[in-house]
Ligand binder design. Sequence first.
Ligand SMILES: [Zn+2]
Length: 378
Amino acid sequence: MRPSKDPSKTRENETVSVLRFRLEPTKEQKQTLFHTFYLCRRLYNEALEERVTAYRENGVAIRYTEQQNRLPAWKQEHPEYKEVHSQVLQNVLQRLDQAFVNFFEKRARFPKFKNKFMFRSITYPQARDTYFRENQVYLPKIGWVRMMAHLPFDPSSVKMINVKFHDGKWYANLTYVTEAAVPLTEIQNTVGIDRGLLSLIATSDGEFFENPKWLQKSEKRLKRKQRQLSRKQKGSKNREKAKHELQGIHDHVANQRKDHLHKVSRLLIDRYDLICMEDLPVKGMMKNHRLAKSIGNASWGKLGIYLEYKAKNAGKQLIQVPPQYTSQLCSGGCGTLVKKDLSVRIHQCPTCGLEIDRDVNAAINILHRGLEILQQVS
Ligand SMILES: [Zn+2]
């Protein structure tokens, strides 16, 4: 799949990633944030109305700059908008502009008016390193908000802060840009990848990467040995021996798995200039008592790490995107959320009729999201 616009033109030597941290706003901060959502949504809908009218009557698209230039006048008319940071307001208009770009380039339907459930995030497009201190982030017009930074990051590399309310929780998505080790290649081939339910990964090109048979065999053997060990009497010599043996198999399988992940990541880096994947789950979510699932998480995490440094060394780009709704959202551009539990293998859209493997559908959404992020920061 190719991007609709050549993002490499505006970017030279940088790679983009997104870090997601939990936020814990105070009660007052939550109120301010919700009020800000409301004001931004109203602006979005007003600006959309204006564009719809222009489009219906003259078939033309009002440009972003025209609407942005009118923001000061809008604030004069509606003084409550002085409570919102001006760059946040500009970003609202940029989002609308992006929705129109997607429409004109046939990637999405005509932009919709947003109700309060559809507008639950704001973006500060120009973060500063002074916005961060130990477990706190500064959101202009909101204040210092508690942020659970579970990973170290370099504040001066953060370009953009997106604040999101999702499933009753608050998140900060930090888009950060780091310099690539070598000049970036021009972006021609792009791909989104998702971890498959049955396969290792599914791509937006409809391809599936499986774990090789020999690896599956070794993993089965490992599981069998683990069961045998649990039946041996505690403290017995036999148990010690079995434990030792198990450790050996465990290391062997881990190495086989690493080899395979290296092979897959190499192949993807050779083939694509831009790879989009879901960002890694937060640490708490990685803890899982089911072995198969924890191996899956560990593999996925390793694949991300391998892709990241291989991309850097090859002048390719890896973008990690927030994963919300990627498996439900229809990738056909109609915007429908198609709920499905894990047993449903095929994404079938009642709105546009798209019928496609569920993991491929998710991978396409991940690609779209990555391309959006790339356009926002460039
Ligand atoms: Zn659809």
